[in-house]
Design a protein around this ligand. Structure first.
Ligand SMILES: [Zn+2]
Length: 293
């Protein structure tokens, strides 16, 4: 018997497969899946994107056990479930309890003992809760929305149910980490789900109505007004960080209003960001430097 090693599937081939399959199981659309060679590895001995498909654990198991015929998989591969609707099948995230938090890079916005029917919006842009938590009938419900540059929603969590649009360049969900990419090396968003109480935006760009909030490893940067901040935290403020208008009429931890939109100089802003990062490294572990333009 030939025991030669099967090499891993190269990342670019995996991405091609994900995109072609609508970032979900081709049979049921589930956004958590495995890579399945449609033809026996022993026969083909190669990784070719068009010969690999996505199956969730259940359908993969059925295929392996001979309960799901190969022909059905090939047929589903030609008409993947998620591509019929343009959105992924919704997937339930297991958030619960009353103590919740949003981690934005190294900044933390938290609420302890969130009362029934109260709404906690750790991040608000132009009056829209980008991230929100509420408790209803004793159940913790998370909501989230992310947009692209064209103000089109890319990914949404509605009452703990996650869905995303399938026209993205890449969406990769591995373990707790979900990454949306706009191109090679261009991360739009990296979310880390840490149920029962934490959602983390590890890196990326929060975009809405011409506002851009960059999330780096250890800083937040509002490109429109070159607001650089790091390591901030709020506890039990109904709104954590609010950018844009209208200004929330409830207790907000930090507010940046009167933000200029499409007219700002992105190149100058990026240059200022690098300067802030250098200063932050040279001085204190965290700095706050808000400069209007
Ligand atoms: Zn499936």
């Amino acid at each position: 018997m030939n025991m030669e090693q099967r090499p891993p599937i190269p990342p670019e081939i995996k991405r091609e497969v994900r995109k072609r399959c609508g970032f979900g199981c081709v049979i049921c659309g589930m956004p958590l899946y495995e890579y399945e060679h449609m033809f026996e590895w022993a026969e083909v001995k190669r990784h070719v994107a068009s010969e690999i498909t996505l199956l969730c654990r259940q359908h993969h198991g059925e295929k392996t056990n001979g309960l799901l015929p190969k022909e059905n998989v090939i047929e589903a591969n030609n008409t993947p479930f998620n591509l019929k609707t343009g959105v992924s099948k919704s997937h339930l995230l297991h958030y619960s309890g009353k103590n919740v938090q949003l981690a934005l890079a190294n900044s933390i916005f938290q609420f302890k003992d969130l009362p029934e029917n109260a709404f906690f919006a750790p991040l608000v842009v132009d009056g829209l809760a980008v991230v929100g938590f509420r408790v209803e009938d004793g159940k913790l419900l998370l909501q989230f929305i992310a947009f692209n540059e064209f103000n089109v929603p890319v990914l949404e969590i509605v009452d703990n149910e996650l869905i995303y649009r399938t026209e993205q360049w890449d969406i990769e969900w591995v373990g707790q980490k979900l990454t949306v990419r706009e191109g090679h090396g261009k991360i739009l968003l990296q979310l880390v789900f840490e149920p029962p109480h934490t959602i983390r935006i590890a890196k990326g760009r929060i975009l809405f109505n011409g506002i851009e909030l960059l999330i780096g490893a250890d800083y937040l940067f509002c490109s429109n007004n070159s607001g650089f901040f790091s390591g901030i935290s709020t506890t039990n403020c109904s709104v954590g960080l609010a950018i844009g208008d209208p200004v929330p009429n409830v207790g907000a931890g930090m507010v940046f209003s009167g933000i200029s939109r499409y007219g700002f100089d992105r190149k100058a802003a990026r240059k200022f960001l690098r300067k802030c990062q250098n200063e932050a490294r040279l001085t204190r572990p965290w700095i706050m430097d808000i400069r209007g333009r």
